[in-house]
Design a protein around this ligand. Structure first.
Ligand code: IYR
Length: 227
């Protein structure tokens, strides 16, 4: 094919059908073991593990390949404490100050979450993902970004999966509202805090709610045109 821009050949990996299904099942069973964790051990985690997870996230497809994400890594105790304190201020307004609607409270009840975010000081690493609402050229002018939420959401999905693959645990924490993260992480106005990830090993005595996942027949609808 003729191109105006550089193109290179791409050869996707192919497997026979039995191998496709074996691989698909193995991957499904692997990701099905992932749980959101709120009880962590303070054991150190190599920084390289987090870097590899960000490299994996950075492979996500994105609108016009603009890759509108930034991952900020925090490992020092003083910043973790600041984040915990600021998150708890907001969460106390949610849980104790009546900012959560009764319907929201009811939906959250089985998770038994509270305004205590102690895990933010226990974990060896916190990563805050920021979404670039728009880009900024060196001359200060704005670059329109497309499908920012979709792109950053997919990147965060890969990030979570990569951590899980390394035997690490995390939580997609969205302390609400999250504006304090822009200030603590010193991020510019074109970047919006997207998800905060506490990262570490699950505590040996960690517990998670006994949740089930919806069955395939509810997740996958086979539509077919019968005319
Ligand atoms: N941000 C609060 C509340 C919360 C909201 C949802 I939606 C959750 O799935 C879990 C918690 C908190 O972190 O406690």
């Amino acid at each position: 094919m003729e191109h105006k821009y550089p193109f290179i050949p791409y050869v996707a990996d192919r497997y026979d059908e039995a191998e496709m299904i074996r691989r698909g099942r193995a991957f499904y069973e692997h990701v099905d073991r992932r749980r959101s964790v709120r009880f962590f051990s303070g054991e150190p985690v190599p920084r390289e593990c987090v870097e590899l997870a960000v490299l994996a996230a950075n492979t996500a497809p994105s609108g016009a390949h603009q890759q509108p994400w930034k991952f900020v890594l925090i490992g020092d105790q003083a910043t973790k404490r600041r984040i915990r304190q600021a998150a708890e201020v907001e969460e106390r307004r949610n849980y104790e100050g009546g900012r959560l609607t009764p319907e929201w409270r009811e939906a959250l009840a089985p998770l038994e979450t509270t305004s205590d975010k102690g895990y933010l000081e226990v974990v060896p690493w916190i990563v805050v993902c920021f979404a670039e609402k728009y880009g900024v050229r060196p001359d200060g002018s704005r670059v329109k970004h497309y499908y920012v939420n979709e792109s950053v959401g997919i990147a965060c999905g890969l990030f979570v999966t990569a951590l899980h693959t390394m035997g690490l645990s995390t939580l997609t924490h969205t302390p609400n509202p999250m504006a304090f993260l822009s200030e603590i992480c010193a991020r510019p106005g074109n970047e919006r805090p997207y998800i905060l990830f506490p990262i570490g090993y699950a505590a040996p005595d960690a517990e998670v709610p006994d949740l089930t996942r919806k069955p395939l027949r509810e997740a996958l609808l086979h539509f077919s045109c019968t005319s």
